[in-house]
Write a protein that binds this ligand. Structure first.
Ligand code: ADP
Ligand code: MG
Length: 362
């Protein structure tokens, strides 16, 4: 049911933007106050399916109980309304999915296997039971997709705005673990998927929102499914981690791209004490992202370098992996690690060398 919704993507976005307005103004659905705290927590935790043997006790006691035989990896991320998302154009289902996916992405970037999440939310008076159900549908869908168990959390009220905090837990052997500090000169710099589309999706949504608010123009998002999906429903690249294992390649360093390629490669370089040389013409950008960049009069490479929220994996591999990566369309080699003294360089399409700077959009 949910996957069907995701297929008809742009129409969902339009419907949600309008439905939410009605909710806020008319409250035709069940107000949250009607339910009370315990019933609400029941509502949130009713559809949980445990998938991992490391979960001994999930929701329903004072704390969850987990059991691991290897190293335990944990991470947490907050998403705040007005800072990280805008409910005008963010379907709650997608937001639930994204909140899980971005945390799973951090676990994967350690080359670990995600296994559990904890979810804390604060909701204000605008929220209805139906809205929480939509949000939780996205959370459950992501849990199923990434095989993680929702084992606990907290539910509270907020005076204004929706706040979400997800903690993810994963497991890896000592040998599997992959840090940011392992990159060495002459290694390949590789990236999965393509970059910049998420930022361009956000720009499109902001443009349509401004038009809607100013002139009451209904959002026209037709034909932009890919960049919208990249922004609203990003995926954690569990498939790339599996692919690397299958190819018997272990990254020497790895990070997931949340702030933008420039900022994230600089993180690897700083931690590993190395330099880098990136080739502009090797940076993978989807043609629909190029088209939107042109329409909005911004440079597509700048979107890839500084846009962020791509949640692709950026990693380094020994030079001898070159032939294998060449034959692997899911992964692109975009440059090389150099000595630290060589600095951080982007070679442009025209052949000029410019210094790579982190300037993530705020
Ligand atoms: P306590 O008062 O001990 O903190 P709660 O009444 O807050 O317990 O929560 C009851 C159970 O429901 C706990 O197992 C808690 O982990 C779980 N829970 C509460 N809110 C959430 C949520 N948003 N997501 C997942 N589990 C939750
Ligand atoms: Mg609690």
């Amino acid at each position: 049911m949910l996957s069907l919704c995701y297929k008809a993507f742009h129409s969902i976005v339009c419907i949600f933007a309008i439905k939410l307005k009605e909710n806020i103004e008319a409250m035709q659905e069940t107000p949250i106050e009607k339910l009370g705290e315990f019933a609400l927590i029941n509502e949130i935790t009713k559809n949980i399916q445990i998938q991992n043997t490391s979960t001994l006790k999930g929701v329903g006691d004072d704390a969850a109980v987990l059991s691991f035989s290897e190293k335990v990896v944990t991470t947490t991320d907050m998403l705040l309304e007005g800072i990280h998302f805008d409910l005008m154009y963010t379907p709650l289902k997608h937001l639930g999915y994204k909140a899980v996916a971005i945390n799973v992405s951090d676990i994967l970037a350690m080359n670990a296997t995600p296994s559990q999440i904890l979810l804390s939310i604060a909701v204000d008076k605008r929220f209805t039971v139906e809205m929480i159900e939509d949000f939780m549908e996205g959370v459950h869908y992501a849990c199923e997709k990434y095989r993680v168990d929702l084992v606990g959390g907290d539910t509270t009220s907020s005076l204004t705005g929706f706040a979400i905090s997800v903690t993810a837990i994963g497991e890896a052997t000592e040998e599997e673990l992959c840090y940011r500090d392992g990159a060495k000169p002459n290694e390949l710099i590789c990236v999965s998927g393509d970059l910049g589309a998420s930022y361009l999706g956000l720009q499109l949504l902001e443009r349509e929102k401004a038009l809607f608010e100013k002139e009451g123009v209904q959002p026209d998002l037709a034909g932009h499914d890919y960049i919208l999906e990249r922004q609203l429903k990003p995926e954690a690249r569990q498939d790339i981690i599996a692919l690397l294992k299958k190819l018997k390649l272990k990254p020497t360093s790895m990070i997931d791209i949340s702030d933008g390629l420039a900022s994230d490669i600089l993180q690897i370089c700083k931690t590993s004490k190395v330099g880098c040389l990136l080739y502009e013409d090797k940076i993978p950008i989807d043609y629909t992202a190029y088209n939107m960049a042109e329409e909005l009069n911004i440079n597509a490479t700048t979107c890839a370098l500084n846009g962020g929220e791509d949640y692709e994996l950026l990693f380094t591999l020994p030079l001898d992996a070159h032939d294998i990566i060449e034959k692997t369309p899911e992964i692109q080699t975009i440059g090389y690690i150099t000595e630290e003294t060589k600095g951080h360089i982007l070679q442009t399409r025209g052949g000029a060398e410019v210094e790579l700077k982190a300037q993530g959009w705020k």
